[in-house]
Design a protein around this ligand. Structure first.
Ligand code: CMP
Length: 434
């Protein structure tokens, strides 16, 4: 859906929701305060009728009933819409006050709140960051409406007093509703008839439930403010206890803790590959592409590559972190992987580590020579500052090489250049020693 249409739809949904809330506040209040006056349709009634009717037509249109999408197959949503939602939308749109129907039937408009409940349900499912906050916010919304309804119910039972104005009548009822629901119950407004007593007891029981729910949710909210941080803290505590128990040297301990700190800063301590391993292949490709977009954009080698190639590479790459001073590989080791630098700097050095052949940084790659020529590593690679690398295993490297000859050509050319440079360097060094 185009962006404009989407914002328009959102604005319309908001208008309908606002209409439903206004109706949910206005109609019960009018019924409780001035029952007889509700027999007339007000301008607000007509406005709500127009909005709700338009909303119903919009839903009909979307369900394919109005010829917009009379393609085969569209009968399904249409049939679905013909069920409860159609009844709800239609009942909420009827201007009951315009007919000589019992005023209580005006409460049918409140059915439109079902649309808000449905939206909230979708939001809650889509919200992963703070589900508890969202749940509590929605709860307070319904609580506020319920408090108002309970106040209106109390007013309807007692009848508005003629000694004071309507606002005072309503405020007194609202005061009673809030003190009873909050389980405070000062007892300054007390039920006098049996029905009032029953009503008060019901509201008190409801109040106890509300109180428990709020306390429970706030506690859960505080405990889970940041579950990732809590998990990370636990992990670091476990590692620290282990290091103390095994008397790991202080310097090494500091390096380990530094590593965990860096991990937390950069990736929130989350193992990405494990998190997406359960997804179906198509979805996993899309997530991998998104996660690895950084490196795919930074490496010039992937610049003009086809979508297929990028997808293949994105699926195969694994992130890894190295710390300053670490050796990613040592000269003479067997080669099992090649690396792409997503962030940081490394030095390509001789076996003894005294000669620096090259410094590689973001967007560069290394470790390809051993894989191409099936020989031990030609040089060591030492990390200069914190490095985020992406690793391609030898199996994946070979798969990509056979499927995408362009990649093979480029990588072979770079490997050849590097080997020649090293040979020249070594020859020059040997001559200098003579
Ligand atoms: P490999 O031999 O598998 O392991 C060491 C890696 O260092 C090597 O592959 C190259 O990717 C890289 N390398 C070696 N020499 C140079 C150089 N002169 N310039 C840049 N990179 C190099």
């Amino acid at each position: 859906m185009p962006k404009n249409a989407e914002s328009l739809q959102r604005a319309w949904d908001l208008l309908v929701a606002a209409g439903a809330v206004v109706a949910a506040i206005d109609i019960p209040a009018r019924l409780a305060l001035d029952y007889r006056a509700t027999a007339r349709a007000t301008p607000l009634d007509w406005a709500l009728t127009i909005i709700f009717l338009a909303d119903m037509l919009r839903h009909l249109h979307r369900a394919g009933w109005m010829g917009a999408r009379s393609l085969p197959g569209t009968w399904k949503p249409a049939r679905r819409y013909a069920g409860w939602w159609f009844v709800i939308d239609l009942s909420a749109a009827i201007p009951v006050a315009a007919f000589s129907a019992p005023p209580l039937l005006q409460l049918l408009r409140l059915l439109k709140l079902g649309r808000i409940a449905e939206r909230m349900w979708h939001w809650r499912r889509a919200e992963f960051q703070n589900p508890n906050i969202i749940r509590l916010a929605f709860f307070f919304f319904w609580l506020a409406l319920s408090t108002h309804w309970i106040a209106c119910g109390w007013l309807a039972l007692r009848g508005a007093s003629a000694d004071v104005d309507q606002t005072t009548n309503y405020l007194r009822a609202l005061y009673w509703s809030i003190t009873t629901l909050a389980t405070v119950g000062y007892g300054d407004i007390t039920p006098s008839t049996n029905v009032e007593m029953l009503y008060a007891m019901l509201v008190m029981i409801l109040g106890v439930g509300v109180y428990g729910y709020v306390i429970g949710n706030v506690a859960a909210l505080l405990a889970n403010m940041d579950p990732a941080r809590v998990r990370h803290r636990e992990l670091v505590d476990r590692v620290t206890a282990f290091m103390r128990y095994r008397r790991i040297p202080a310097g090494l301990q500091r390096r380990i803790l530094d590593y965990y700190e860096y991990l937390w800063e950069k990736r929130l301590g989350y193992d990405e590959s494990a998190a997406i391993s359960g997804l179906p292949p198509a979805l996993r490709t899309e997530v991998s592409l998104f996660l690895n977009r950084d490196i795919l954009q930074k490496v010039p080698l992937f610049g003009g590559a086809s979508d297929d190639f990028i997808k293949a590479i994105a699926l195969e790459m694994r992130p890894m972190i190295f710390m300053p001073g670490d050796y990613v590989m040592r000269a003479g080791d067997p080669g099992e992987e090649m690396y792409f630098i997503s962030r940081g700097t490394v030095e390509v050095v001789s076996a003894e580590g005294d000669v620096v052949y090259a410094t590689l940084t973001t967007g560069d790659f290394f470790g390809e020579i051993a894989l191409l020529l099936r020989q031990p590593r030609t040089a060591s690679v030492r990390v200069v500052d914190y490095c985020d690398l992406y690793v391609l295993s030898v199996a994946a490297f070979n798969r990509v090489l056979t499927r995408y000859p362009g990649f093979a050509v480029h990588i072979r050319a770079v490997a050849k250049q590097r080997q020649e440079a090293n040979e020249k360097h070594q020859g020059w060094n040997e001559r200098r020693q003579f």
